[in-house]
Design a protein around this ligand. Sequence first.
Ligand code: ADP
Ligand code: MG
Length: 236
Amino acid sequence: MAAPQPDLNTAQRAAASVRVRGLEKTFDGDHVLRGLDLDLAPGEFTALLGRSGSGKSTLLRVLAGLDGEHAGEVATGGGVAVAFQEPRLLPWKKVWANVVLGAAVPAPREAALAALAEVGLADRADAWPLTLSGGQAQRASLARALIREPRLLLLDEPFGALDALTRATMHHLVLDLWERHRPTVLIVTHDVDEALRLADRALVLTDGRISHDIVVDLERPRRRDDPRAAPLRAEL
Ligand code: ADP
Ligand code: MG
């Protein structure tokens, strides 16, 4: 008898753990990360807060291996995908062709269609990026990250440019994707409420290090008046 085939849409991949020790990052003598330590457990959904310019994007780039020179120890085990605030779609390639660009190894159109179906955008596979709404473009950007089947998904203010209603829809989408695949997720946001709604844990980056590390263990949906959010709000 044939073994049952795994359902690729629900198969959970092994999530990555992240271990960072003493991470130092300098730009032209300007010390941005100053001996930063960070541990993320496999499958954990963590939000990273911090003032503008505090080094959040720098940290994500280092974790993604997009940033060359740094000092300290960084281990993610690979399998990383990133989505940014700007979807960064190539306007001269159709949506599906943008999505396959995210693949770690050459991927066929079918793989892009599957990734687009995961984010509810399969019907726009043959559209040009400039015809997409902001929310649709961000879905395409997520599909381009998902096609890598990431064990670690890094999201850098992915919803910052979206209107409130679209953002709420994207929150549901991201939680749904996380529950289906259980990658380790690190999401940068300016929004404490967004952090509490999405994440199990919230970190604040201040002066080049993690200054606050707060476990958010309330049932979803998060309450706005969660007293554990007070130190986060005070810091931002
Ligand atoms: P955040 O994402 O928290 O707003 P960033 O990581 O983008 O902060 O930037 C942290 C600091 O590093 C800022 O002062 C920024 O100007 C500087 N910086 C970031 N990237 C570069 C770069 N490629 N070259 C020079 N300085 C940079
Ligand atoms: Mg940033």
